[in-house]
Design a protein around this ligand. Structure first.
Ligand SMILES: [Zn+2]
Ligand SMILES: [Zn+2]
Ligand SMILES: [Zn+2]
Length: 276
């Protein structure tokens, strides 16, 4: 599998839209990998994860071929992961598709409540350009050649959040944001069902702030890595990568890389590609 981070920031972006803090000033000055758009990723240029407002930026600047994407997993219904208004741009005179094809969104009921309205509003159900499929935590489902398993996340309950295991052949990855330290239900599922992830992407929103609920900071990510390793879900061949950063966590990319390396983590940046 080829995994690509298209965007790597939390809801406000980094530098944040309206912010004058030191971390945003530093990122603006340093540029490059320190500039982060809202979180989105794609597997093999086929399986999209999340649909934030910055999706269009990723089409323009990250080579995201959105017309050819037919499957999109949604983690939860916060606007930095699901921006339904842009689904309308797939309809009618806004898009010409040769041939016509359907983009299916997958999400929990809370995601469906937001997205189904948009799909019906622009009558996608008639021309089959978009569809929604409800998923259930801990119940695996097939998408093309992938097996996808949603696990319960520790995040705002209103957003009906999940994290995802994605498997193809003998390769498997865990995409885990937005979430705090995993729920015990999720730990139990992992312990019973998973040995040796090839790739693990962890929510590190709070970086230097000690944070365990809703999102994670660096220290909690270290604890999660240790527990996954102790349980056999990870081993020396597993690549761990930190992801989904907020300016409130202080350290820009250039500053976080050496600290992360000490504990065996890569640090994600917009456009980063990992071959799994
Ligand atoms: Zn988020
Ligand atoms: Zn800021
Ligand atoms: Zn969220």
């Amino acid at each position: 599998m080829r995994f690509k981070y298209l965007g790597t920031a939390a809801a406000e972006g980094w530098p944040a839209m309206f912010c004058q803090c030191e971390a945003c000033k530093k990122a603006r000055k340093a540029g490059g990998k320190n500039i982060r758009t809202r979180s989105q990723a794609v597997v093999d240029d086929k399986l999209l994860i999340d649909f934030p407002a910055d999706t269009y930026m990723h089409v323009l600047y990250q080579g995201l071929d959105l017309a050819n994407i037919q499957h999109c997993l949604i983690t939860h219904n916060h606007s930095d992961h699901l921006y339904p208004a842009d689904i309308e741009m797939r309809g009618g005179v806004f898009a010409h598709l040769f041939p016509e094809r359907c983009l299916t969104f997958y999400g929990t009921e809370g995601v469906g409540a937001q997205i189904k309205g948009t799909i019906e509003q622009v009558k996608f159900t008639e021309n089959r350009r978009a569809a929604f499929q409800t998923i259930t935590p801990f119940v695996p489902f097939a998408v093309d050649e992938y097996t996808v398993t949603p696990l319960r996340a520790d995040h705002s309950a209103h957003s009906d959040p999940v994290i995802y295991i994605i498997e193809k052949g003998d390769k498997k990855l865990l995409y885990a944001n937005d979430t705090g330290y995993f729920t015990e239900e999720t730990w139990n599922y992992l312990e019973k069902n998973i040995t040796g992830f090839d790739f693990v992407s962890l929510d590190c929103t709070c970086i230097l702030i000690d944070c365990k609920r809703g999102h994670m900071g660096f220290d909690t990510c270290v604890t999660v890595k240790e527990r996954l390793t102790d349980m056999g879900c990870a081993n020396k061949n597993t690549t761990f990568c930190l992801h989904h950063f907020s300016h409130n966590g202080s350290l820009i990319y250039d500053e976080l890389v050496p600290k992360a390396l000490e504990k065996g983590f890569l640090v994600s940046y917009d456009g980063m590609t990992i071959d799994i």
